[in-house]
Design a binder for this molecule. Structure first.
Ligand SMILES: [Zn+2]
Length: 559
């Protein structure tokens, strides 16, 4: 004789993070105690707890709740008891449907102890009111949280609850992060690998090969809560994690807020904001990655390099551009010859006979020697004649430059004052005219004159502002190039990192055979400074002479 299994009395507890902040009374432990006592004293048998710890009442995909509803639907759960009604949820529509349709349909008795609700005694009129109140509470907390977030976010305090890999909470309690050195090392390595020409998938493989723990594992190891699931194999990095790390601006030392928003207090799913809505606060914490490396990595990620069929790549892939059509040059290698000197590039718009461009053929090995030699000379020159270099880059001497900047600033100030003055003259003329003290004709003449003078001044100011901005940028670019040069002692060969740090692009011209010999122009665009022509012999003599004179002039005169 089979016996019907005894129905379950579900004792449901829920605690959200906001509830937890409000104190002990709603703690899971407290809820459990109340529910157990109530079930025992009122003769409810086969009691079973369903618990959702850390879940908001406005979402309904809570695991404990779902498993309890499973029981409701398959008929095993016949009674649901909660401490108070809001434990079940804080969305009036969903709760209403649950009470009025689902529970009734499945014959479930529902009890909310503190609110004095028992569906067996008829749902009181209080319930809809209670639901309204619960929803209002949720909305209110969500708005409170939102406005706190908004003011924090606008003040540049990091909003994200998951601190990026490489950083950790400041042990001194400050709201800004500090570098987590072991993790930061991995971040730096990922950027370095990318500079070396490896893509995210290859980087993930290298990290796995070297058994570098993933962020999730690393955090578990140091006792930080990690949301990510444990991968099947430890150290198995996902391509996406690597991509994510390579794109994070936080590694520059910046805080990025308002990257996502939550749709509404009922739908907690995060939606990505348009980057124009992001707020970036610079230098809020110590950077992990150098700015020039970070920027270069972003560029590299934009134009990913393609390998040839046999998987061979060139250092120069992606860097070469056709001088005539602007297309990229692509790498050609032979699987038959092992002779690397045959590896070469041609314009990607060129096909023998067809195609819209000529070959622009250049050998890989030729490029290598040429670029290495040029780079070595530039480095040597910049190191030994830094002052001359800065001067030629700025076209004028630093003193002349400074003088010009001062002059421009003065003109701008003067213009600003005159523009304001004209405004008030204009107003005055208007009033005089209105009062009948000057004729309409005179007024119109004056107004036209003021307006045209103001127009001229405004246009001039706009031009000066942009010139000053350009000069500032140029000075900054030269500084960045100098610090890049200083970061290398000697360069005796080319690596992908060196190339990507120094060189923006290389423009390859079509060969010129007019002299009877094959001549080919190649322009190297350095990062920050563009094309740099090294001085020839005569220019060098001149530079040295000027320099000696300046040194003499600077020497303190002794009486
Ligand atoms: Zn071309």
């Amino acid at each position: 004789m089979s016996k019907q299994p005894e129905p379950i009395t579900a004792l449901y507890c829920r605690l959200s993070q906001e509830d937890a902040r409000e104190g002990e009374s709603n703690s899971i432990q407290n809820q459990r105690a109340i529910l157990a006592k109530y079930a025992k004293e009122n003769g409810f048998r086969n009691a079973q707890f369903y618990v959702d710890d850390g879940w908001s009442g406005v979402v309904f995909d809570r695991p404990g709740f779902l498993s309890m509803m499973e029981g409701v639907k398959n008929g095993t759960v016949k009674t649901i008891i909660v401490k108070d009604h809001s434990r079940l949820g804080r969305n009036r529509l969903v709760i209403g449907t649950l009470l009025e349709e689902d529970f009734e349909r499945y014959g479930v008795r529902y009890i909310a102890i503190m609110d004095n609700i028992d569906s067996d005694k008829g749902l009181s009129d209080l319930v809809p009111m209670q639901d309204l109140f619960n929803e209002w509470h949720a909305k209110n907390t969500s708005q409170k949280v939102k406005s706190v977030m908004l003011s924090k976010g606008n003040a540049g305090i990091p909003l994200t609850t998951t601190i990026p890999f490489g950083y950790k909470k400041n042990p001194d309690g400050s709201k800004y992060w500090v570098v987590d050195e072991p993790a930061a090392k991995v971040v730096r390595r990922i950027f370095a690998l990318c500079m070396d020409g490896y893509g995210p998938t290859q980087i993930a493989k290298i990290l796995y090969r070297d058994q570098v723990p993933t962020p999730g594992e690393y955090w578990r190891g140091v006792g930080r809560k990690a949301g990510a699931a444990i991968p099947e194999r430890p150290c198995q990095w996902a391509t996406e994690s690597v991509q994510h790390i390579l794109g994070r601006m936080e590694y520059l030392g910046h805080t990025v807020n308002f990257r996502t928003h939550v749709k509404s207090f009922k739908n907690k799913r995060k939606v990505l904001n348009d980057p124009s809505e992001w707020k970036i606060f610079e230098n809020t914490h110590e950077p992990i990655v150098d700015r020039s490396v970070w920027e270069r990595v972003q560029e590299l990620r934009k134009n990913k390099r393609r390998n040839t069929k046999i998987g061979k790549t060139s250092l120069f892939s992606g860097l070469l551009e056709c001088a005539d059509c602007g297309a990229k040059l692509y790498f050609c290698t032979s699987s038959v010859y092992t002779d690397e000197s045959q590896d070469h590039f041609v314009c990607s718009h060129y096909r023998s006979n067809t195609g819209s461009c000529t070959a622009h053929f250049i050998r890989d090995i030729v490029l290598f020697d040429l670029v290495l030699a040029h780079l070595q000379q530039v480095l040597h020159y910049v190191r030994n004649y830094e002052d001359v270099f800065v001067q030629t880059m700025r076209k004028k001497s630093v003193e002349e430059q400074t003088q010009a900047i001062v002059e421009k600033r003065r003109t701008l100030e003067r213009n600003g004052r005159r523009i304001a003055e004209l405004d008030s003259l204009f107003r005055k003329a208007f009033e005089e005219n209105a009062a009948g003290r000057i004729s309409d004709e005179r007024y119109l003449k004056l107004a036209a004159a003021y307006e045209s003078e103001q127009g001229v001044l405004q246009r001039e100011s706009v031009r000066l502002e942009s010139e000053l901005a350009e000069e500032r940028q140029a000075a900054e670019d030269i500084d960045r190039f100098l610090s890049l040069v200083r970061s290398y002692t000697e360069i005796d060969t080319l690596s992908p990192t060196i190339l990507h740090e120094f060189i923006e692009k290389i423009v390859v011209h079509a060969p010129d055979r007019s002299s009877g010999k094959r001549k080919q122009k190649v322009e190297i665009f350095y990062r920050f400074i563009g094309i740099f022509d090294l001085p020839d012999g005569d220019e060098m003599v001149e530079i040295l002479r000027e320099r000696r004179q300046r040194k003499l002039a600077e020497q303190p005169k002794t009486a």
